[in-house]
Design a protein around this ligand. Sequence first.
Ligand SMILES: Nc1ncnc2c1ncn2[C@@H]1O[C@H](COP(=O)(O)OP(=O)(O)OP(=O)(O)O)[C@@H](O)[C@H]1O
Length: 252
Amino acid sequence: MNLLSVKQLTKLYKGQEVVTNLSFDLQKGECLGLVGESGCGKSTLARCLLRLENIDSGSIFFKDQAIENLRHRQLIPFRKDMQIVFQNPTAALNPKLKIKDSLLDPYIQYQNDLTLRYFSYTSKEQFVLQLLDVVGLPANLAGRYPHELSGGQRQRVTIARSISIEPELIILDEPTASLDVISQAEILTLLTKLRQDLNLSYLFISHDLAAVKQLSQRIMVMKKGTIVDQFPCDELFDDQRHGYTKELISIF
Ligand SMILES: Nc1ncnc2c1ncn2[C@@H]1O[C@H](COP(=O)(O)OP(=O)(O)OP(=O)(O)O)[C@@H](O)[C@H]1O
């Protein structure tokens, strides 16, 4: 079943096409990798899918509903189902909020629309402890501020926030790019486990072909705003790969 279906999406900035006539499907439960060099339009695409930007033409279907023209109030249930994890966890967390309050924030915002399946909410304290535990963080971090955590711990908190309201799809926009190699590997392992345990779907955006291969079932390669190649992960090294995919492979 297609969770997300994008048809001929085009986005312009100041008259210039940044995403051009782009189409793809993302199935429920899969991780779809998106690779491409800096500036090819990956983050723009992510913002369009989340409806943080309007698109210029084309369609975005989420759970078979066309969402490209929905207005603010109509987007509320959809926003709950589609979350994003950004590259920089420091910028994503409010420095003035303790970790426990950051973790509770999405729940408080969406509680009237939520039917939790995986987590249970009997008290604030218990909910925060569940979230910390599921992303492998100790309970005593709840009372700390973001600057008192390591970069890897902060990224775990942003991941915990994104899964707290049990979305269907998470867009991972370079989630490990700001981390050291060991933290990167740990976060990738965590993301794999969460996808399986919570039946999540991911659009995993990265420069790092090795990371994309580790996490994804299928890979899309983007160049100058268009998808030039799309294939199952185990066909990455096949001879029929697009020349640009081969170039990316040779760099890694
Ligand atoms: N708000 C904006 N206004 C004008 N141009 C923009 C805006 N946001 C992005 N761009 C331009 O759109 C193009 C694509 O940028 P985008 O950030 O989507 O690329 P990217 O593939 O995500 O790059 P990176 O991997 O470096 O994050 C770039 O040329 C960028 O300068």
